[in-house]
Ligand binder design. Structure first.
Ligand SMILES: CC(C)(COP(=O)(O)OP(=O)(O)OC[C@H]1O[C@@H](n2cnc3c(N)ncnc32)[C@H](O)[C@@H]1OP(=O)(O)O)[C@@H](O)C(=O)NCCC(=O)NCCS
Length: 142
């Protein structure tokens, strides 16, 4: 079966959302609505990728930047397709796109409890920062 990595489009939303929902370690929330994904992809064209296997999406990652730093979100590979290098290839595609956009550093968020995910990122050469914490605040709609 041919596996192809290609840029994500908004038409992938249903399949990608279903993949994320089926993968432990991916936290979904109100920012994972189709109109938000459309906006994200429009703001960061050609930076988010999927793995296409015949008629199914078996891997996905969101990538974007703010003009200063790059960010990865929601990296996931379907369990049946893991340990074939697909996640590494997805990440490499993102980092290449960021480099082409002149971005010199990329960050990601990961749940502290996601030990498998943390091991994966370490394995592919990422530094898990002990010197940073995340702070968040919800904004009321205008
Ligand atoms: C983490 C995840 C994306 C890895 O996908 P994958 O396609 O199996 O990863 P790869 O095959 O590209 O692995 C790349 C390397 O990491 C290693 N690796 C993969 N998963 C690992 C794990 N849980 N622990 C340690 N190493 C791991 C692989 O063995 C491989 O090493 P190698 O090149 O020496 O063989 C996948 O397990 C997943 O979707 N997990 C659930 C969602 C999640 O937690 N995402 C991260 C959120 S930030």
């Amino acid at each position: 079966m041919a596996l192809v990595i290609r840029p994500m489009t908004i038409t992938d939303f249903d399949a990608v959302r279903a993949l994320w929902a089926s993968c432990e370690g991916v936290g979904l929330n109100d920012a994972d609505r189709p109109e938000v994904l459309r906006s994200y992809l429009d703001r960061n064209p050609g930076m988010s990728f999927v793995v296409q296997a015949d008629n199914a999406i078996v891997g996905a990652v969101l990538c974007g930047h703010d003009g200063r730093r790059g960010y990865l979100n929601h990296l996931a590979v379907s369990p049946a397709y893991r340990h074939r290098g697909l996640a590494r290839d997805l990440v490499d595609n993102c980092l290449t796109a960021l480099q082409k956009a002149g971005i010199g550093k990329c960050h990601l968020f990961i749940f502290s409890s996601n030990q498998d995910g943390r091991n994966f990122w370490r394995k592919i050469g990422w530094e898990l920062r002990e010197d940073l914490a995340v702070a968040s605040r919800i904004l009321a709609p205008e």
